[in-house]
Design a protein around this ligand. Structure first.
Ligand code: ADP
Ligand code: ZN
Length: 816
């Protein structure tokens, strides 16, 4: 019988790819192991074995697989089932889910390798200089990579030389697969066997009398070996003996010491487990209520005000899972912003905590993956951002979705455009596990589901230790400007409160949701403002670098002194970002340490961590930042929070703007007064009577919820209606218009009035691509599956139109 294998390739194409396999391969291959397969002209790809079967594909002659890469599956059945759900629900290919799920290091890529043709004798003179260099190198090495050739010849364009060598029969080329995962090896040293006896050691030390530093190293090594009986790292030896690595190396060269390597995990926790805290009465009640909800419902929403001690409740729930021998997944909106939480959990659970970090290297991710697969003790608790959902869990008992309202749980680009909260609930169901959603400001969706009885609901209305929620004061900017009570962007009230907080030794957080110095630069003479050449936005002025930058495509240029339109040197800045607030704060409070936390200051693996720990250690008095500040940070000495301008949040053109403003402002406010003293929040605004601001200042979540829900009913938005957004992109303006008109018209034939658009979004061109959106609204009761089927059908007819083929169509289910 002939055997075939369907594989998943990490590419966006929808269809399955089938390869021919032998009987023996068919016996060996199981779903979830990796195979290397030829694809396209000459490339070799890593694919995941999906199904072995006997049905020959009809459309093409299947190729054979290149190689089997694993002995055992690296993807589990439940994991794959969950991936399939994601692909189906969010309308993308399984390959795209695979791509999002797999650490890069798992996806091997082929590389061209050059080797010498044996048995060929070449007269050196028949080779040109460049050719000879390569030929010569191959006398000493069995093979070369393209990279090596580039460095031998010291230039980028090396293909002509290689081709000519192939033609002359000197070289042959091969595609080879490389495993990118490199186990981390740690260097150890030990004393050579021959110096291990008392006598020989004495002799050695006598010999080394003239090299006292080397002598010290040997003595230290000997002392550690006898005292600790454990292998000694070079780094440890260097540290303990105070010698340099060069001295250790000298001893290795002298053959006194032997070096060797041991493989180790990159992520290791070396602390002691901390003492558990005793829950307060309210926390205990909440915990009990959650456990009761879980008896009947698989999802529970914990609505607990900021600093009510939700994390400690999570800790108890995790402990219970550990006792059952089950795994916990702790999801966070952005793992990079959660140093504090990771430290807290590691202090409790030590090595059992594995962090799946987007800024970790591929190798570190592979280690977490492998630990999970092997059900290692090290990965009982996984903390991670949304992609941690795609890991190979085997025995999941609980998923915690912390700060469940955060929009960054929804992936925008590229596909899969999944919502981690929703996908978490599905994953939990596959494992018969529970999901706990936690937030001080739940999303309308989750609170709605809880109100409808779909989820359990537990409320925790007081802060831990009965600390009062901060006192929130609204400042009327129009009035302050009129009465000249402003210094730059700071009202007199804000300055007063800041001075007081600083005098009392407290810290301050200032929130402004735009980075840079000012978002618009404008000529006072003719009104022209510099625009990004690639996008439909004005450039933001960054004073620190004296640059104009585009926040959409990264374009930048030096700040212009003269207007490009009229030539006058009358450039002025309008609006303000974090940079400007930072520099004004420095002038207003010259004795305070002011720092800024935004995308520009937190680049690099530990950029964010450094700022946080400086703030924790009170090296910073005033921290100016963007939404980054809102994400669950727990600082003990912040007394005052200033929101510099609430209006651009409230006026954002989106149906969720009000909900989001409420969440954002409540969350930033929640950073104030987390211990003992009551915090103070000042919100500067031109609309002090805005109902959302009133609700924020009175902590009226439920009122906000009821009002917003009512609007969603009236205007037919989630959580009442579902949304699917279809985005079309192309570099030609007319083509986008035509294509989106066609698409919208076809949609209207099916969905009638429930289609909105096509419309240009506020930024209608990004990276030279014009963008148009169409919104499909799905009323309650209408089948989501059928709706998606209809859209997919229209999409494939669309792709059959020659003129439209180059237009990119992006379908976003449950668009946020
Ligand atoms: P939330 O996640 O609800 O904002 P946290 O869990 O961060 O709140 O708790 C707020 C603060 O109160 C933290 O500093 C935490 O250490 C402290 N805390 C919470 N629960 C307890 C407890 N049971 N005992 C002592 N301190 C607690
Ligand atoms: Zn741009």
């Amino acid at each position: 019988m002939t055997h075939y294998l369907d594989v998943i390739l990490p590419i966006p194409l929808q269809k399955a790819f089938t390869y021919h396999i032998t009987e023996a391969e068919a016996d060996f291959i199981t779903t979830g192991i990796r195979v290397a397969v030829p694809f396209g002209k000459s490339k070799i790809y890593t694919a995941l074995a999906y199904k072995v079967h006997n049905k020959a594909p009809t459309a093409y002659e299947p190729k054979t697989i290149h190689q089997i890469l694993d002995e055992k599956p690296i993807v589990t059945e439940k994991q794959l089932k969950h991936w399939e759900w994601i692909a189906e629900y969010y309308m993308c290919s399984l390959g795209e889910v695979l791509r999002a799920a797999m650490p890069n290091a798992f996806i091997l890529e082929s590389e061209t390798v050059l080797s010498k043709n044996e048995g060929i004798d070449i007269a050196d003179t028949s080779l040109k200089d460049d050719e000879f260099l390569i030929y010569d190198a191959l006398q000493y090495q069995s093979s070369l990579k393209i990279e090596d050739v580039i460095s031998i010849l010291d230039r980028k364009r090396v293909l002509p030389v290689i081709n000519s060598l192939v033609e002359k029969g000197v070289l042959q080329l091969q595609e080879e697969l490389y495993e990118k995962y490199q186990p981390k090896l740690v260097r150890y040293v030990k004393l050579r066997e021959e110096y291990r006896s008392e006598n020989q050691l004495q002799e050695l030390l006598a010999d080394l009398n003239r090299a006292p530093k080397q002598r010290d190293v040997i003595m230290t090594l000997f002392a550690i070996e006898t005292a600790l009986h454990k292998p000694i790292k070079v780094s440890e030896l260097v540290e303990r003996s105070g010698a340099s690595t060069a001295i250790v190396k000298a001893l290795i060269d002298k053959e006194v010491l032997d070096e060797y390597y041991i493989q180790t995990d990159r992520t290791q926790y070396e602390g002691k487990e901390a003492l558990r805290l005793e829950l307060s009465t309210e926390q205990k009640q909440a915990l009990k209520a959650i456990e009761d909800c879980f008896l009947e419902k698989s999802v529970t929403l914990l609505h607990g005000v900021t600093s009510s001690g939700k994390t400690e409740i999570y800790v108890k729930l995790i402990e219970a899972q550990l006792a059952l021998g089950k795994q916990t997944l702790y999801l966070l909106p952005e793992i990079a912003l959660t140093t504090q939480l990771v430290q807290r959990l590691q202090a409790y659970f030590g090595e059992k905590v594995a962090v799946f970090h987007s800024r970790y290297s591929g190798n570190e991710r592979v280690e977490v993956w492998r630990n999970l697969l092997e059900k290692a003790d090290k990965a009982q608790i996984v903390i991670g951002a949304r992609s941690a959902l795609l890991l190979p869990f085997s025995n999941l008992g609980l998923i915690i979705v912390d700060e469940e309202h955060e929009q960054s749980y929804k992936q925008f680009d590229p596909a899969p455009r999944y919502h981690a909260r929703d996908a978490a609930i599905v994953l939990a169901n596959y494992h018969k596990a529970k999901t706990l959603l936690g937030s001080a400001t739940p999303s309308l969706e989750s609170y709605f589901n809880a109100s409808e009885g779909k989820y359990g609901l537990v409320e925790l209305n007081i802060r831990y230790n009965n600390v009062l929620l901060p006192d929130i004061e609204l400042i009327d900017l129009a009035d302050k400007y009129k009465r000249k009570r402003m210094k730059g962007h700071f009202s007199d009230r804000l300055i007063e409160e800041m001075q007081e907080a600083l005098d009392d030794g407290f810290q301050i957080i200032l929130f402004q949701n735009r980075r840079g110095f000012s978002p618009i630069v404008e000529c006072l003479t003719c009104g022209t403002s510099p625009q990004c050449p690639n996008c439909d936005v004005s450039l933001t002025y960054h004073q620190y670098r004296d640059q104009l930058r585009c926040h959409y495509c990264g374009y930048n240029t030096v700040m212009i002194k003269n207007c490009q339109a009229c030539g006058n040197a009358t450039m002025d800045t309008k609006g303000f970002g974090t940079e400007q607030i930072e520099s004004e704060a420095k002038v207003l409070f010259p004795d305070a340490n002011v720092a800024r936390m935004d995308l520009d200051t937190t680049r690099g693996k530990f950029g964010f961590e450094r700022l946080i720990s400086k703030f924790e250690q009170r090296d910073i008095d005033i921290l100016v930042g963007t939404q980054m500040l809102t994400k669950g940070l727990d600082f003990r000495f912040v007394k005052l929070v200033g929101i510099m301008n609430a209006d651009n949040l409230l006026n954002f053109p989106d149906f969720r703007a009000h909900e989001r403003s409420y969440q954002l402002m409540s969350q930033v406010s929640g950073r104030a007064g987390r211990t003992d003293i009551r915090g103070k929040v000042l919100i500067q605004t031109y609309n002090p009577h805005h109902k959302i601001l009133q609700q924020v200042s009175t902590n009226a979540y439920k009122e906000m919820y009821m009002e917003q829900l009512n609007e969603r009913y009236n205007y037919r938005y989630p959580p009442i209606f579902r949304l699917i957004r279809i985005t079309l992109k192309h570099k030609d303006y007319n083509r986008v218009n035509m294509a989106s008109d066609w698409f919208a018209k076809s949609l209207r034939q099916v969905f009638k009035t429930h289609v909105l658009g096509p419309e240009f979004p506020p930024v209608s061109r990004i990276r030279n691509r014009f963008i148009k959106n169409i919104l499909v609204k799905i009323p309650p009761g209408q089948s989501l599956g059928k709706t998606k089927e209809a859209i997919a059908k229209i999409d494939s007819s669309f792709n059959a139109v020659k003129d439209f083929r180059a237009v990119r169509v992006i379908i976003n289910v449950d668009n946020y």
